[in-house]
Design a protein around this ligand. Sequence first.
Ligand SMILES: Cc1ncc(COP(=O)(O)O)c(C=O)c1O
Length: 369
Amino acid sequence: MTVVGNEEKYLLEALYSGQWVGRGPKTLALEKLAARSCGAKHAFFVTSGTAALEVATLLAQLRPGDEVITPSFAFVSSANAIALRGAKPVFADIDKDLWNITTETVEPLLTKKTKAILPVYYGGSSAGADGLRDICKKNNLFFIEDAAQALGAKRDGKLIGSTEYVTCFSLHATKNLSSGEGGLVMTDSDELARRIEIQIEKGTDRQQFFRGQIDKYRWVDIGSSFIASDLLAAVGLGQIEKMMEVTEKRKAICARIQSALKKFEGLISFQVIPKNIETNGHALGFTINSEIRDQILSQYKSLGVQAIFHYVPLHDSPYARTQGFVPGEDLKNTRAISEGLVRLPIYYSMTDQEVDFIISSSEKILSQY
Ligand SMILES: Cc1ncc(COP(=O)(O)O)c(C=O)c1O
């Protein structure tokens, strides 16, 4: 990660304030800024994106036997947050172009047991989300956005985070903006915000007590210790102050590489981003014939470019198999993208020369095929 602004100043202020626990002044400032920037009514800073998703599956009041539809082409935290509540992740296929789950892939999986839909915004793209939210509204289901990779991304010209349901972001060091480890839960709903404040505080009304609204705090719901230290919030605050600057630079890097590699279209395919969606330049990858993908990755490695692949589909994972979280039909787009993906390195402090190097290395490799 790169220091982009006031992180050091805020960290020192937090360090010498004596307020090292959570929900101190830096946390409150971070939450206020994050909510205002994203147009959300409430934001809560928690220990990770994983924790944010676990808060969301608590809010959904999942019970054993409930089903939640979610992608298999995802990081483990979304499916794990469902399974942690005793519910079943029902894995939907992704769209072959959008690399996200969509109405078409989700609708056939709806049953009486479905309680929620949990899409993952791959690479910061929320394509497909509107249709899924409409299904939730129509069928009285809970809608959880795994926007771990999507802070600073937009849909219909507006930043993601404003919702009557719940949006989960990660501030992990691999994300565009970071507090080292950390996450954010956002909602426009006062009722959900009231419950989140209790759930992140071990199921107690201690935050009301700290505000002097009650004379003692009590155990009022189930929850956990999701609150992150004010020291981490200080770093996150410095980063989020620069959200648009970081986002714009990353987007420009991705756009330059993608436009230079356009001439290889046919051999490679990029994630399709519909007109109403703007990503945040979190990731840039392309798919290529799976038979040559690993060879391509080794060629990048030998030139000194850290290109990687992911995700191994979750429905193929040992835990999913032992629990029977296995789809009726194979998820062919999930498999094809997972086996064909080449993800290129992108980071904020990337210099023009480094971008040129990625482009020239890609040209050298791809022109051989
Ligand atoms: C899609 C997705 N969901 C959830 C997470 C979990 O976030 P964290 O690492 O902050 O727990 C990540 C981050 O790695 C992610 O990419």
